[in-house]
Unconditional design. Structure first.
Length: 278
């Protein structure tokens, strides 16, 4: 988290810092050198006006180091562009401005490039105008265009990918073993269903005894009520046992406990009622 914030702040600081350029001078072809030097200073001034770009011209380099000191350090002649480019790189510039102003008939031709310290072109343009005044206006337009291109190439914000968030550790809850629980329910359901079947058999025997006219029954009413009770209990036990059997089989098949069946016997005016859910 801390490294991500630091990276974001660094990107913002770099984006706000002015672009450092160095101008190694405009060469001239059939144009007076003082006029070409004036074009160079005008272009550097237009680039630096809004604060997004800071330009160090050849005149600035000579002023800071002195002509004699420059010659001692670099062994440069006054017009050596390559030596001045090396000096600009040593000053920490992000780009080097190289230009040429040539007189072609009645037209002034401007060739201008901004190169990275490794020689990669960052900006280039070729313009032709008629007259010196038109050249000054053209330099203003080129400066605005160069600021936009260089800002995109050297100061475009880079997307900082956030650090991946590690998911929290999931603690698995202990689960009831499906095979053991399922077989227990199946066994209990089978026993209840078997008992219900036996009670139901007793009820059938009582009803058969009442239906047999040849049998001598001392208390037929009591035998009838007993048969109804046995029948109700038997059916109830069969229902609960069958539901338990089904629940146990489902548990074994799905591996998770189903809803437990519930059942009870409710007394009614005419006997008993079996109530349940499963």
């Amino acid at each position: 988290m801390c490294s991500s914030v630091t990276s974001s702040l660094l990107v913002l600081v770099l984006a706000a810092a002015p672009i450092q350029l160095a101008s190694v001078g405009f060469t001239s072809v059939k144009v007076s050198k003082p006029l070409v030097a004036s074009f160079e200073e005008t272009f550097a001034l237009r680039l630096s006006q809004d604060g997004k770009v800071r330009v160090t011209t050849r005149r600035d380099v000579v002023t800071m180091l002195g002509v004699e000191r420059q010659r001692q350090l670099l062994g440069c002649a006054d017009d050596s562009t390559s030596c001045l480019a090396e000096l600009a790189g040593a000053l920490g510039s992000e780009g080097v401005i190289v230009g040429e102003v040539a007189q072609v008939g009645r037209v002034l031709q401007l060739t201008l490039k901004v190169l990275s310290p490794t020689g990669r072109p960052l900006f280039s343009t070729l313009r032709r105008v008629k007259g010196e005044e038109a050249m000054l206006a053209e330099l203003d337009a080129v400066a605005l265009e160069a600021i936009g291109v260089l800002s995109t190439a050297l100061r475009s914000p880079k997307v900082v990918e956030p650090e991946p968030v590690k998911p929290p550790d999931v603690v698995a809850k202990p689960a009831v073993s499906a095979p053991v629980g399922g077989w227990v329910i199946v066994a209990v359901g089978g026993a209840v269903a078997l008992a219900g079947g036996i009670v139901q058999g007793f009820a059938v025997a009582d009803f058969n005894q009442l239906s047999n006219h040849a049998a001598n029954v001392d208390a037929p009413a009591a035998l009838r009520d007993s048969g109804k009770l046995k029948q109700t209990l038997g059916l109830g036990m069969l229902g609960v046992g069958g539901a338990a059997l089904i629940a146990g089989v489902v548990w074994l098949a799905l591996g998770s406990p189903p809803v437990a069946p519930t059942a009870w016997v409710s007394p009614e005016a005419s006997g008993f009622a079996f109530v349940g859910s499963w």
